[in-house]
Design a protein around this ligand. Sequence first.
Ligand SMILES: Cc1cc2nc3c(=O)[nH]c(=O)nc-3n(C[C@H](O)[C@H](O)[C@H](O)COP(=O)(O)OP(=O)(O)OC[C@H]3O[C@@H](n4cnc5c(N)ncnc54)[C@H](O)[C@@H]3O)c2cc1C
Length: 480
Amino acid sequence: MSGLAAARELRREGHAVTVMEQSGDVGGQWLYDPRTDGDDPLGAKAPVKVHSSMYASARVISPRECMGFSDFQFVPRPGAGGRDRDARRFPGHREVYCYLRDFCEAFGLADHIRLNTRVVRIAMQAPPPSRDDARSRSGGGYSDVKWKVRSVHVEPDGGGGEAAEVAVEEVFDAVVVANGHYSQPSLPSIAGMDTWQRRQLHSHSYREPGPFRGEAVVVVGCGDSGMDIATELCGVAKEVHLVARSVEAATTPPPMLSKILANHSDIHLHPQVDRLCEDGRTVVFADGCRVAADAVIYCTGYTYSFPFLDMGDGLVTVRDNRVGPLYEHTFPPALAPSLSFVGVPMRVFAPWLFEAQARWVALVLAGKVALPPEEDMLRAVQEDYRAREMAGVPTYHTHDIPAFDRSEIWEFVYRHSDLPRMEEWKAELFWTGFMNAKDDRDTFRDREDDSENVREGVGRWRCVSGAQYEAALAAARGGF
Ligand SMILES: Cc1cc2nc3c(=O)[nH]c(=O)nc-3n(C[C@H](O)[C@H](O)[C@H](O)COP(=O)(O)OP(=O)(O)OC[C@H]3O[C@@H](n4cnc5c(N)ncnc54)[C@H](O)[C@@H]3O)c2cc1C
């Protein structure tokens, strides 16, 4: 999503664009990959070999009406592509992939994408100039540098293997990093984890419930993946033990989790794991309770990872899931605007917010929008950190927009781009979906209780945006 958004916006501003994509197709996380990091199911080695962490049954968590690019909406196309298409409001992952493929086609992006091409190193071309010499009117001290990008060809079915002989080094005026952040597992540190004999994996390597049939499974983490996977294992696994963050969280679970437990009496909630025992079978929880487990699945989230960035100097770092410093989650002040990041923000409307970031980057690189001086950008980053800290927001939520108030999402978009305003019915639909999920996660995707306002909005949207979608595709196919 982020890379495609960047490519489109940069092209629109007349830049020459090369997208380097390690997979054999577009789609990123939405390109379902049945393979897993077989020899490293925990994903403890960085970088992981398989990019997509998508499990077979995954459906989107926000309504499709809120999941589109501003002028190429994610409308249902039940007639197109036959069985491939999924017209539901909360479709399965393949529908998002099909949509992104259509987006590429509609905006002629395919010719600019080099598939099976993995970026292995990004570095400044020459030793950085004296920062005072290079200081430009806006952006950071290294804003005039060029970038050396080294890439290797990846065999399409090579499971991550690289053909070293085809390494290529090229120089670019600017680099937009858009490599996603749902691939590199964030693992807890639990006593006995290193030596436990039975199956341990991260949700990054979970695809289907079948392999857990008849097993006693411990699912660590009650986020989206943890709740989805625990629910899916019910009726397949012999026992499902879901693990909360703390004793308090297990004693008084939030309403969404309480409802899941009420709906699935075979899911047992526990406080955090205290240790995995030497007998290779027993899992002990913080309240002293023990279970005999066949498998532990860590649904403990992901961490930002940029193994290819060779910055030196600590100009861009990742600490406790904070990528920093990044001005408005996008530009490293010292390196702006020639280095930028699209797709870092969390808890946002994707790809809408990424589109806004991409538009901002493209306009800055075209010289149509100026960034503040480096010191001002750095100060703004520090102020954001301080405000979050004072509000008790943990560092690992640094890139959550909103931090305090949901309106921060659209304020971000309007501050940095000229994208059209989000219609009021869409915001209503989004927050109703959010509240419905809290109310009952098992059923929220299939509820049909739209308000009159939303029904009208959806009707108009299907008509107008549907026509816009077909027209863009027809134009790309030479139909107009
Ligand atoms: C199980 C699951 C469910 C999700 N559900 C939702 C949902 O319902 N709604 C939602 O909005 N989001 C959801 N997400 C988040 C989802 O990741 C984002 O919506 C979206 O995919 C982010 O797009 P992106 O382009 O930033 O990253 P990605 O989709 O991860 O794309 C990054 C791309 O960069 C490529 N790449 C990475 N490193 C390199 C390299 N070194 N060289 C070349 N190419 C490289 C990858 O191959 C990939 O194609 C979910 C994620 C997961 C794992």
